[in-house]
Design a protein around this ligand. Structure first.
Ligand code: HSE
Length: 430
């Protein structure tokens, strides 16, 4: 190693990920220096509260009250942003760092999902790069894999579980027969959930990560409005129970694929066959199932959140930046703007949950609406005690078009015997 070459970083944010990043850098500095071929120097730090107890001695580093001043310092080569949020400080830091000729490294999916395309552009115009391996699937090197290991391939499809909180909640509902609400409380206690868990449970966090993968795999400029996003808040303990009885587990799935030159980007709950790898991804784990035209199918499973797994990716990015490794900057720019497929054009199986007032002829009236819309049935479960007035009817369809199923559901929901609204879950072959 040429020790005369140094690479200085400015670290902004000392929360759980920031502190773990600092600890990893300190503990592994000799290895990291060897691997990067540079002497990595933690030049300065900025965070909200200097005096918070963090179990790390930060007094040996320069302290900057103003994070933006850090991004303007001439003695710093890269800014590591670990504050989060798509706008505000994170955005200012990113643009200020690039303007001031610095590499920008972040774990911030919301920022990259919103401004990643522009930041890439600005950075590459200055022969710099931005790095965000930690923004998607925590420790899993999926961004590196798409841009480096699989760069020879056209990516046919990406199916993924990208939100640890939702996966934890669904696993807990499955394994412990817990309600959604109770499982969410546990996920919050374990610290998986975002500050605002709405982003997790409504699928927004997953959509942020999905559009980042879409940018790299298909050159699709991130645009959340183009992605169909549905979260897990309507899933009830009964859905987990009946799905299980039908031979499925429920997962929050992210899908990005290119079919006949149209992009199909969506996030929604899905029934996955019990016994499949996907259905076995438990707890807060993440998984990415990638298919390249030459690589064929690949599966990545690992920790998608948490201090150390995230720090693992952040520090890998610091090493890439120190080596001036710019492959992470190589997404295909969009020469042809591609259309997005509408969710209504989906063809596949559907699970339908209905709660009905149990009167003679209810099931017949429902199946006749499905029949009128050309939907044929795979399985039907009707359950409830003799004494109970209301019963669940669970239907699993054969392949049909989402437009037809929507038409049928609208009509079924208006039947007098229906209590509340029906609930649909797509069945995916993953
Ligand atoms: N809230 C996120 C999750 C953290 O649950 O996956 C990692 O991005």
């Amino acid at each position: 190693m040429d020790n005369s070459k140094s690479f200085s970083i400015g670290l902004v944010g000392l929360g759980t990920v920031g502190s773990a990043t600092l600890k990893l850098l300190e503990n592994q500095l000799i290895n990291i220096n060897q691997k990067s071929g540079k002497k990595i120097i933690i030049k300065a730090i900025s965070a909200k509260d200097k005096n918070k107890n963090r179990n790390i001695d930060i007094n040996k580093y320069d302290w900057e009250e103003s994070p933006l001043a850090l991004a303007e310092r001439e003695d710093i080569d890269a800014i590591v942003e670990l504050v989060g949020g798509s706008d505000g400080l994170a955005k200012k830091l990113a643009y200020t760092a690039i303007e001031n000729n610095k590499y920008f490294i972040t774990a911030n999916k919301a920022l990259i999902a919103k401004y990643g395309y522009d930041l890439h552009d600005k950075a590459s115009n200055k022969d710099l790069a931005i790095y965000y391996e930690a923004a998607v699937a925590g420790a899993i090197p999926v961004i590196n894999s798409i841009n480096d290991g699989l760069v020879s391939n056209n990516i046919i499809s990406i199916h993924a579980i990208l939100n640890g909180t939702c996966n934890y909640i669904l696993s807990d509902m499955t394994n412990n027969s817990n309600s959604f609400e109770d499982a969410l409380i546990k996920a919050k206690e374990l610290g998986f959930a975002e500050a605002d868990p709405t982003f997790d449970v409504e699928g927004i966090d997953s959509a942020h990560k999905l559009v980042i993968l879409g940018l790299l795999a298909y050159g699709a400029k991130p645009d959340l409005k183009k992605v169909y996003v549905e979260g897990i808040t309507s899933i009830e303990a009964e859905d987990i129970k009946y799905a299980n009885r039908l031979g499925y587990k429920i997962k929050l799935i992210c899908i990005a694929s290119l079919e006949k030159n149209k992009l199909d980007f969506r996030v929604h709950p899905a029934l996955c066959l019990s016994g499949s790898i996907c259905s076995g991804i438990g707890g807060a784990l993440n998984a990415v199932f990638l298919e390249g035209d030459y690589s064929k199918k690949l599966t990545f499973i690992g920790e998608g959140a948490g201090a150390e797994p995230t720090a693992s990716s952040v520090v890998s990015d610091i090493i890439h930046a120190a080596k001036s490794n710019k492959f992470l900057n190589s997404f295909r720019s969009i020469k042809n703007v591609r259309e997005y497929k509408k969710i209504t054009s989906r063809v596949g199986k559907y699970y339908i949950r209905l709660l009905v007032n149990d009167k003679p002829g209810v099931l017949a009236s429902i199946t006749s609406v499905l029949n009128e819309n050309g939907i044929s049935l795979d399985s039907v479960i009707q359950e409830g005690n003799e004494s109970e007035e209301n019963k669940y009817i669970i239907i699993l369809t054969h392949d049909c078009n989402e437009l037809n199923i929507n038409n049928a559901i609208n009509k079924i929901d208006s039947l007098n015997s229906l209590i509340g609204k029906s609930y649909l879950i797509r069945v995916e072959n993953i």
